[in-house]
Design a binder for this molecule. Structure first.
Ligand code: ZN
Length: 473
């Protein structure tokens, strides 16, 4: 099976092949730590997690780098108002980012370089660009001369006809209408020294622009050419376009072979969620409102294909929670059911087909929603087979293997809170003791406490069983 990925550069799905056999170098644009990440950012970050997980499923070793932008205009502004340095200002948001990633069960990248810790690499690259005449100094700032890079615009399919040679833009974010020479290095503002945001460079003291960070840090950790560069679709222009221009002009090598872009998460009104637009929902907001992090994770990666927009709503999160519950309940049921004496041949074939279809969906540009859909169809059939006592030992093993296939990506099925199963079994034993001692009030209290936590007990001929349901207040 071949992994196919949609490459923004070519606009088509391509067979994926890394430069070095068996090894993937992947760079993904990380958070600007000026505040808590909003759920739209988290969608992109969990998309990166899906890519790295599936690359490993497909047999690759992965070196994944995700940068932290710990200096930009907003950080300087906020730090100034808070009366701190930028390093002090960002520290709690850096910590919050790692907490959010852990809460959402994102695998850790191999490297999380911070911009302020890689200034020499950026200065080096800018010096090369000036030397090559791809960059020039104007008013103490350094700008990239886009007229010197004929391929500028290839990624975002920009019409170069309207480009005005020599026009300059100092801000890091701008739209296609104001495309022009962009800042690589910015001269210090009066407050910047006190904020700890000024560095020496042969072309004058100052601080880096946003775009140069990624070019310099990706080269430092992954070399001149990346196999995969991923980001949110809003980064395509100008950020990724500028990264390509800087890196290829400095290194004279192709910068990234495959560009992957994940779509927006829309808020309830259908608008793109963003902090600057005030539509600001963080993971903390959602968890505070009672949403299970596993449901949020599942919603963000499995509700829609990564190249489709999707809308955040309470209903959608509840639906995701129900899907997670069904997956987990089915896994529990398969584990607990003693196998029938013989296997069901038809069921065995269906499971094999669904496992192959699931893998094919993931290999087809990471179509996790489609893959999960196949699995839910099979769960209905397998539940009927379990009801009828038709699931034999091999059937059971292959159902468990199928769930492992799914969990390699979604990571919500076996994700028990540590020690939960032991604790529930202990409480069940305590309840049995209470019942034997005719302390029915205590037995009922234990059952009710578990129900509030989303665990129901069922008395059966084989003893007491438990399963997960939606928690009740
Ligand atoms: Zn970047």
């Amino acid at each position: 099976m071949t992994l196919r990925l949609h490459n923004t550069l070519s606009g088509t799905k391509e067979d994926f092949e890394p430069l070095e056999e068996g090894q993937v170098r992947m760079y993904t644009c990380g958070p600007t730590v000026w505040n808590y990440a909003h759920v739209g950012n988290l969608r992109a970050f969990l998309f990166y997690d899906l890519v790295r997980r599936h690359l490993r499923v497909a047999g690759y070793r992965v070196t994944h780098v995700m940068n932290l932008t710990d200096i930009d205009d907003r950080i300087l502004d906020q730090a100034m108002h808070a009366g701190t340095t930028i390093a002090e200002y960002v520290a709690p948001y850096v910590a919050a980012f790692f907490e959010d990633m852990a809460t959402l069960r994102a695998e850790r990248a191999e490297h999380y370089p911070r911009a302020t810790e890689h200034i020499p690499e950026m200065v080096d690259m800018i010096a090369t660009l000036i030397e090559n005449e791809n960059a020039y100094i104007a008013d103490g700032d350094v700008y990239f001369r886009i007229a010197s890079f004929p391929a500028y615009g290839a990624l975002s399919h920009l019409d170069r006809a309207g480009l005005k040679a020599g026009a300059r833009v100092a801000t890091d974010k701008y739209d296609k209408e104001s495309v022009s020479d962009f800042a690589l290095w910015k001269k210090p503002q009066p407050a910047d020294e006190k904020l700890g945001a000024v560095w020496d460079a042969p072309f004058g003291r100052g601080r880096p622009g946003w775009h140069i960070e990624c070019s310099a840090m990706s080269r430092r950790y992954l070399g001149d050419t990346l196999d995969i560069h991923a980001g949110g679709v809003d980064l395509t222009f100008p950020h990724h376009e500028n990264e390509i221009a800087q890196s290829e002009a400095a290194n004279h090598k192709q910068f990234a072979r495959v560009w992957l872009h994940s779509e927006f998460l829309a808020d309830a009104t259908g608008e793109k969620m963003s902090k600057s637009a005030g539509g600001f929902t963080t993971l903390r907001d959602l968890v505070g409102a009672g949403h299970d992090p596993l449901a949020i994770r599942f919603f963000l990666i499995a509700n829609a294909h990564y190249r489709s927009r999707m809308r955040l709503s309470s209903e959608a999160l509840h639906a995701a929670a129900e899907q997670v519950r069904r997956l987990r309940e089915f896994a529990d049921r398969v584990n607990r059911t003693p196998p029938a004496a013989t296997d069901d041949v038809e069921l065995a074939q269906r499971i094999a087909d669904v496992r192959a279809a699931y893998r094919a969906a993931l290999d087809d540009d990471l179509n996790l929603p489609q893959g999960v859909g196949f699995v839910f169809d099979l769960i209905r059939e397998a539940n009927a087979a379990l009801d009828a006592g038709r699931v034999g030992p091999l059937n059971k093993g292959s159902l468990q293997a199928m769930l492992d296939d799914v969990d390699a990506h979604v990571d919500v099925i076996r994700a028990q809170e540590p020690g939960l199963a032991d604790e529930v079994e202990r409480l069940i034993a305590e309840r049995e003791d209470a019942r034997r001692g005719r302390d029915f009030a205590k037995a009922d209290r234990i059952r009710d406490d578990l129900r509030v936590r989303g665990i129901v007990l069922e008395d059966s001929k084989d003893g007491v069983r438990w399963r997960r349901v939606a928690p009740s207040g």
